[in-house]
Structures are given as C-alpha cells and as structure tokens.
Design a binder for this molecule. Structure first.
Ligand code: PLP
Length: 437
C-alpha cells in the first residue's frame, strides 16, 4: 500500500504529539501498524480519502459520530448558515432551546437537557447529579465511559496510573447479563448497601446481546436499592433506535448521556433524564464555557430533523444485518473461524482459534488486506454503518472480504500467514475489548 505521505506525517507527529493522535483508538497501533492508512484528509458520504490520496469505504466513521455520512448536506448547510451569525455568545442562544426540544421529542426518558462537549464530560455530570441527589458516593459501572479518573480506575496498570486511590474504592465494576455471580449487579449492590449513588452502564455489551429481561432487572435493582440508573447511550443513542437503547429495549433510565451520532461529528454531548433529578443541577457547580456553542447546536438540530423524517436507524439495521450475514457466510464458506456478532448497527467480530496470537495476527491481516482492497475496519469493530452507506458499498465490501477470506484460507493452509503480514509492531488492544465480559 502506498503510505509515503502517511509515514512522513507520522514521523513528525510522533515527535510532537504523544501517541501521534488525540484519540487512543485512532493511533497507528490501533489498526494494522504500517499497513493501514495513518491520516485521513477528507470524507464524503461513506468514503474517506487518506493522506496518500487513496479512497476507502469507511466502517470506522470517526469512531461513531458520523451517523449520517461525511459532509452530509443538511448538516453542513445548517453549520454554514449559523457560522455567518457567530459561533458562541455572551448569553444563551435560541438554538439551545430548539435543540433541547428536538432531543426531548426523540428520547423517551428526556424531560430536561444540558449540553456538554465530550461524552466523558456528560457522564461525569451524570455522576455528580446522581451523587448530589442521593447523598451517596459509590458508583457501579459497566462499560467504557471515557478517560476521566473514575473510569480509568478500573483498568489494569499502566492504563490506570495517575488515578488517585480513592477513585478505585468508589467505582465498582459489575458484569453484564449476570444475575447471580459475585461480580453481578445484585452482589455488588448487596455488598455496598445504601452507599451506591448510581448504576452507570452502557445498556449494550457489544459481544453479547442483552439477556431476556436483563435491563428490566437492572431497572428493578436500581429502584430496590435506591440507586440512580444512568444509561451511557453515547454509542447506542441515534443508532439502536432514535432514542437509543432505552427506546429499543423500552427500559427508561433516570439519567442518560448522548454524544457521537447526535450532531454528525460536531463536538457536543448531552445529559438528559428525569426532571426531578436533573433539575438539581441548578444548585450544583456544573458549568462549561462551550456548552452553548452554536455551530454544534445547529448541527444537532439538523441531525434531529433528519432522524425525524428519514429512516436513518432502519437503514443502519438493514445494511448491518446484510453485511453481518454476508461476512459470516464468507467466513463459513472458507472454513475460517471468524464470527460477526452483536446488533447489526454495532457489529463486532473476532477470530476464535485457540491460540490468542493467531487470532491477533489474523485480525491484523484482515485489516491489512481489507485496507489494501479499499475497506477500513477497526480491530474487532464495532463496524459503524452510516445512512450514507449504499448498495454499491455493500457489494464492494463483500467482494473485498471474499478475497480477504480466500487469502486467509490459503495462508492457513500453507502456514505462511506471518510472511503475508506486512504490518509491524504490536497492535493495541481495542478499548472496548478491555470491557469484554
Ligand atoms: C460508550 C461510551 N461512553 C463514553 C465515551 C467517551 O466519549 P468521549 O470520547 O467523547 O469523551 C465513549 C467514547 O468512545 C463511549 O464509547
């Protein structure tokens, strides 16, 4: 693959930007290092153009925010219109009200709304509100919620280095779909009776669908133990259903956080939920200069309009289902142990041979060879589908993966997989893999 420009940029970046990226999951080591594009210059619809001028069908989609497609006209026009009138002001802007109204219409459990910039920031605000409301400190947590101290406390060294010890004691992980084990929600609630302010969870586990009745059970447990239930819908919102997993599963949390897909890439996040709880923010010190930044609010309002009038989520489900089915069939036809699983708008995948090293190498080769054929995936997914992915993309994607699986079958038969891998170095484990059940 032609990567001359990518490599030149990377050499400069690694000298002046720690990790050469602002986002762990965009680091060179997060893909097939040295055999995968390293910088993206522009995007249009479901495609991106890398720094070396190659076009690819993208299933990374900025790690989730680009739900409609790159340079989506209705959103870009809304941003351009607002830009003429200014970016941020001395007083609140009417778009704050308009955007809040649109979200309240789309999200079942939304009575009131506050805006932030990043997903982690919105979840931190939810924790503060829940602690203030309950007068308790401990948080039970499932899933990834961003880089703030409390969430990194759960991670192994060196990832959690620098997090104060008190955070380790206040944040207690529990396991998903687990009704009975010592790691289950119920066991953790029992162990920390009358001390748990909130259960903060992604309502999904990428690797395993929600067991029948599990989220209803979580809702019941939260009520029984007097804890606030917070859904982190930063990925599931505007993807599993317009209103997110709470709408899809019909389980309404007390508070919920949204970001990523809500503004098609503009930096804005949301804390929403029950009036009785969220109104308490009026008395708390939770404030940020950029919460009312108007270009993002204009984008969010335009995105909501698209979701209200177009079958965005239905498209993600149907495209995702056909892609998942096609990929699974191909793997099966070539007798390769690779499974594409989960909910179709959020498919993840893994190689399932006994040897972990072989699975990691196969993942590297899968990414490398797909990129060679113009298709970009993350290691293990999720495979992010946008409203702009179309029939031609699907056909091209499956044509590419047929070649890739054929090559993998050949490599396994001949025992020359390592020789085919041109990627170098140790790839980074994906962030969501750290939270696997
Ligand atoms: C489920 C979930 N919660 C929270 C976050 C943190 O969002 P941000 O990176 O915008 O702070 C992410 C980011 O990937 C996420 O996937």
């Amino acid at each position: 693959m032609q990567l001359a420009k990518s490599k030149e940029l990377y050499q400069k970046a690694i000298e002046i930007i720690p990790g050469a990226s602002q986002t762990d999951s965009k680091r060179v080591s997060a893909f097939a290092p040295g055999a995968f594009p390293m910088f993206t210059v522009s995007g249009k619809g479901s495609h991106i153009f890398d720094a070396d001028g190659r076009e690819h069908i993208d299933y990374i989609m900025a790690l989730g925010p680009i739900n409609l497609g790159y340079c989506y006209p209705a959103v870009d026009q809304a941003i351009a219109r607002q830009l003429k009138g200014g970016i941020i002001f001395n007083l609140p802007h009417p778009l704050e009200v308009e955007a809040a109204e649109a979200l309240i219409e789309l999200i079942p459990g939304a009575d009131m709304v506050r805006f932030f910039k990043t997903g982690a920031e919105a979840v931190s605000a939810a924790v503060r509100v829940a602690r203030a409301y309950t007068g308790r400190d401990k948080i039970l947590s499932w899933g990834y919620h961003g880089w703030h101290d409390m969430w990194c406390a759960q991670l192994p060294q060196p990832l959690s280095k620098g997090v104060p010890q008190d955070q380790h004691d206040l944040i207690i992980p529990f396991s998903y779909n687990d009704f009975t084990s010592p790691q289950s929600l119920k066991s953790k609630l029992e162990e920390n009776k009358e001390a748990v302010a909130a259960i903060v969870m992604t309502p999904n586990n990428y690797w395993e669908k929600a067991a029948e009745g599990y989220l209803e059970y979580v809702r019941e447990m939260a009520d029984a133990y007097g804890a606030i239930l917070v859904f982190d819908e930063i990925v599931t919102g505007f993807r599993m259903a317009n209103g997110g997993a709470q709408e899809y599963f019909n389980v309404i949390p007390d508070l919920a956080c949204y970001a990523k897909g809500i503004a098609n890439g503009m930096p804005i996040s949301v804390l929403t939920g029950k009036r009785e709880i969220i109104q308490g923010m009026e008395d708390l010190s939770i404030s940020t200069t950029y919460g009312g930044e108007v270009l993002s609010l204009a984008a969010l309002t335009a995105v909501c309009e698209e979701y209200m009038t177009k079958p965005v989520v239905a498209h993600m489900w149907s495209y995702g289902a056909r892609l998942m089915e096609g990929l699974n069939k191909q793997a099966e036809n070539y007798n390769i142990k690779c499974s594409f699983i989960g909910y179709p708008p959020l498919t993840v995948f893994k190689f399932t041979y006994e040897e972990a090293r072989l699975n990691a190498d196969l993942m590297t080769y899968f990414l490398q060879d797909n990129a060679e054929n113009g298709i970009l995936y993350r290691r293990g997914g999720p495979i992010y589908i946008s409203y702009s992915h179309n029939e031609r993309d699907l056909k091209q994607t499956l044509a590419a993966s047929a070649k890739v699986f054929f090559n993998i079958a050949q490599a396994l038969e001949k025992g020359d997989l390592s020789a085919r891998i041109t990627a170098t170095g140790t790839p980074m484990e994906s962030i969501i893999a750290r939270y696997k059940a």
